[in-house]
Design a protein around this ligand. Structure first.
Ligand code: F6R
Length: 388
């Protein structure tokens, strides 16, 4: 692998200043583009008269789609996190089973691809070597390949049977933000389409979930307004001096925690890990350093009546951790002992991974700002990871 550092950094800095407009950096600018991007991704996909979703990019007929038995999702980094949320949606809405594979490990996992297999390759850039190598292997074994990418004409689009453009437009900051939520929305549309075509969802269900997706732009706009912005900045300042930040969630939120931890590592160079909240008690809890008051960042379950994390909160606080909780208004009643609470807009189970991901993007951005990091060009990283 090679780090493709830009050889002309001063020219890049000047160009960046021009491109950031009213924002201090490109990452924040791109975070704020998400309401518009999400509205554009979702718009115009449902025929209101018939309640049928159209996804003309998928070239398989309904009969061919009915023959698919299994799906492999192959991706790296942030794109693999979008794949984990997509697995949950596809398995919830269809009778298909889904494996999410880190693309560079695909070859080691003895994938059983055949012509009843679909492979979904997710890549913002469409050029990531590990993803392309895995795609080629799936293709050699007769899988039908769908590329989910932000770059039309990229290598991944040339080598796939179908391409769905995530329509996030150019993403210039190295940390992926708007491309992630655009991938999530695109994959949610694909999952809905599979449920429709395989008749595992009714047309009313398709319309209902589509309507939830249509609200995403407004939900994210709320995360990006006061008082949420200010409370995230304060929580970030409260956390920035830490040596290590541990993220806890349950269900789909574990994936969002992984994405939040990745964003924090790359922008702030802080150690960050994500765990399923109850699994944290089975060993990782020993990572709490009382002298450091290790920050624990928790995403509450979607169900406001689920207080299953309270026991974990009591334990971590008793060992000297600092607790930062992201929660919707209705869930706040179940929070005990938190040092900081960030209130997020009410969201359905489908909308929550978007709302919480954007909140954690801001959290990582604000910590990196407190630490004076080069947010758009983190050390050692490049926008596209390709083989030498
Ligand atoms: C994280 C990040 C990386 C990429 C990964 C895959 O912010 O940007 O983890 O997600 O290198 O890149 P793509 O999606 O271009 O294949």
């Amino acid at each position: 692998m090679t780090d493709q550092a830009n050889p002309n950094l001063s020219a890049l800095a000047a160009k960046t200043a021009q491109e950031t407009g009213e924002f201090p950096n490109l990452m924040l600018k791109e975070i704020f583009e998400q309401p518009r991007v999400l509205r554009e991704v979702v718009a115009g996909r449902l025929d209101q008269a018939t309640n049928r979703l159209t996804l003309n990019e998928v070239t398989l007929t309904s009969e061919q789609l009915a023959e698919i038995r299994h799906i492999y999702i192959i991706a790296c980094g942030t794109s693999s996190h979008a794949g984990l949320i997509a697995k949950d949606l596809i398995e919830r809405w269809t009778d298909l089973t889904v494996d999410v594979q880190i693309a560079s490990e695909f070859v080691f996992n003895r994938p059983q691809t055949a012509n009843d297999t679909m492979a979904i390759a997710i890549s913002q850039s469409g050029e990531t070597s590990d993803t392309l190598n895995a795609l080629r292997q799936a293709r050699a074994n007769n899988a039908y390949i769908i590329a989910i990418t932000n770059v039309l004409g990229s290598t991944i689009t040339v080598e796939s049977d179908a391409t769905i453009n995530v329509k996030a437009e150019v993403e210039a900051a190295v940390p992926a933000t708007k491309s992630y939520t655009a991938q999530l929305a695109t994959l949610a549309l694909l999952a809905l389409y599979l449920g429709q075509e395989r008749q595992t969802l009714t047309s009313d269900q398709v319309a209902e979930y589509y309507s939830e997706l249509s609200e995403l732009g407004d939900k994210i706009a709320l995360v990006l307004s006061q008082p949420s912005l200010e409370s995230i900045t304060k929580a970030a300042q409260f956390t920035a001096e830490a040596k290590s930040v541990l993220f806890l969630g349950r269900g789909n939120s574990v994936t969002t925690c992984k994405e939040g931890a990745l964003k924090l590592k790359e922008t702030s160079y802080l150690h960050a890990e994500a765990f399923p909240a109850l699994e944290f008690l089975h060993g990782p809890i020993a990572l709490i350093e009382p002298e450091d008051a290790t920050p624990i960042v928790a995403l509450l379950p979607v169900d406001p009546n689920d207080d299953s994390m309270n026991n974990v909160f009591d334990r971590v606080k008793s060992y000297g951790a600092r607790l930062v909780v992201f929660a919707t208004t209705s869930a706040t009643k179940s929070i005990q002992n938190a040092d900081r609470v960030i209130i997020l807009p009410e969201a359905s189970a489908l909308q929550t991974p978007f709302v919480t991901a954007v909140a954690l993007q801001l959290f990582a951005h604000d910590i990196a700002t407190s630490l004076n990091r080069d947010i758009d060009r983190p050390r050692y990283l490049s926008k596209v990871v390709v083989e030498e």
